[in-house]
Design a binder for this molecule. Structure first.
Ligand code: RNT
Ligand code: ZN
Length: 412
């Protein structure tokens, strides 16, 4: 008997269908963020990273050009099992020399090489307007600025991005999730918290007045609690973004680095799934703050995935990774983080949810606890390795990454 067969028997004895879990996992897309590959630099501006987010570390070989970034994403994709999507930011537009298009005028043609890349890899594309690292971010404000010119510029950027998102959806045949996140906020206590939020609301209304097909483009809105240099007030707070998503019938996005330290996204998923057709997640690993470390296989990740699965949200949740660690090999960062999300989903898919729910409803909390604890040490690894094996992958990806580091990254 192989280790997988033995594991399967153990899970079966608890009423878990391992083959079904593997099939669901294989069909669940993870949207992989392009910005891990170049420390969120992008191609369209010489500005330093702004918006209260920060990349730290100086590992060799970061991608400096579209070709390098594509090569690195390709390498990462080749080591990640299952269904993938490519998550792009508008700042990764590929603008030819002599074309002076700025972010407010971006067109689908500026993303054609990315579309070709996605088609080559048979993946859909998700998209993000980039409201940071640009000279038109004035006083840390974009869509909520009291300056009409600043607001107008960013509204036009948002509108341009809706059309580009629709182009991606039409061309790939996969829906495009377009996520809006603005960094706007104040370092010190503001005198007026309402007006920036009113302006943000009106700006969003304008962006969303662009006609688009809601079955193809899912607009999501990401909230935040604070950013570096924006510690006292964030315009797009949790309450603002949830209320706005509800008011406009768009999709709320929760980034698990964007809450108070003891507040957990896993506890919010069921409530949001109850009131939204779809929800969206940015999966990250916050260490003491919204640090965007590589996603690890930790309790909160397992809890989030467990909530998605047992609340019937596996095909109603857009799952995307969002982190940027420049202190280690960036391809390894991608592969480790995305595989961890998938491993946590597998962990969640292998839980006997019906049995546990029944025990809870029978008020047998003793059995619930005993079974929950047992589940934590079941032979997940053997099922995971079988999943990889079926896709010609293995648990050892490090040697291949080291080889790429030697042959490609070290020569940059
Ligand atoms: C920032 C948000 C946002 C960004 C990316 C680059 O706090 O999490 O999602 O990380 O859009
Ligand atoms: Zn995020």
């Amino acid at each position: 008997m192989t280790r997988f067969e033995s594991a399967k028997e153990i899970y079966s004895s608890l009423g878990v269908d391992v083959e079904k879990a593997l099939a669901v996992l294989n069909e669940t897309p993870i949207s992989i963020h392009c910005w891990q590959g170049d420390d969120v630099v992008g191609f369209d501006s010489k500005e330093a990273l702004s918006g209260g987010i920060q990349t730290t570390g100086n590992f060799m070989g970061k991608a400096r050009t579209p070709n390098e970034l594509m090569a690195d994403v390709e390498k990462a994709f080749s080591l990640i099992p299952g269904k993938k999507k490519l998550n792009l930011h508008a700042m990764y537009a590929i603008i030819p020399d002599g074309d002076d298009t700025d972010r407010d005028g971006l067109l689908p043609v500026h993303f054609k090489p990315w579309l070709d890349f996605a088609k080559k890899h048979n993946v859909g594309i998700d998209f993000n307007p980039s409201f940071f690292s640009h000279p038109m971010v004035k006083n840390d404000l974009t869509l909520s600025s009291p300056d009409d010119n600043v607001r107008k510029f960013w509204i036009n950027h948002g509108k341009a991005c809706v059309k580009i998102a629709e182009y991606f959806a039409n061309e790939t045949g996969e829906p495009c999730v377009m996520n809006i996140w603005i960094p706007d906020g104040y370092k010190n206590a503001p005198a007026d918290k309402l007006s920036p939020r009113l302006r943000f609301k009106n700006s969003l209304d304008e962006i969303l007045s662009v006609p688009y097909d809601k079955k193809k483009v899912y607009v999501t809105l990401e909230s935040k609690v604070f950013g570096i240099g924006l510690e006292s007030y964030t315009v797009g707070s949790g309450e603002f973004c949830l209320s706005y998503s509800d008011y406009k019938n768009i999709t709320p996005l929760m980034d698990n680095g964007h809450y108070h330290p003891t507040e957990v996204v896993s506890d919010k998923i069921s409530a949001l799934l109850l009131f939204n057709e779809k929800i969206a997640l940015h999966v990250t690993h916050p260490v003491r703050w919204d640090s965007d470390h590589v996603v690890l296989f930790d309790d909160e990740l397992k809890d989030m995935c467990t909530e998605i699965v047992r609340s019937g949200g596996i095909d109603r949740t857009f799952i995307a990774t969002d982190y940027f660690d420049a202190s280690i090999n960036r391809i390894s960062a991608w592969v480790t983080g995305v595989r961890n999300v998938q491993k946590a989903l597998l962990y969640a898919l292998l839980i006997p949810h019906e049995t546990l729910t029944k025990l809870q409803d029978e008020f047998d909390f003793t059995s619930v606890m005993v079974l929950q604890e047992k589940i934590k040490t079941l032979p997940l690894y053997d099922v995971w390795c079988e999943y990889l094996r079926r896709q010609n992958l293995s648990d050892d990806y490090l040697s291949e990454i080291k080889e790429y580091e030697k042959e490609v990254l070290s020569k940059r």
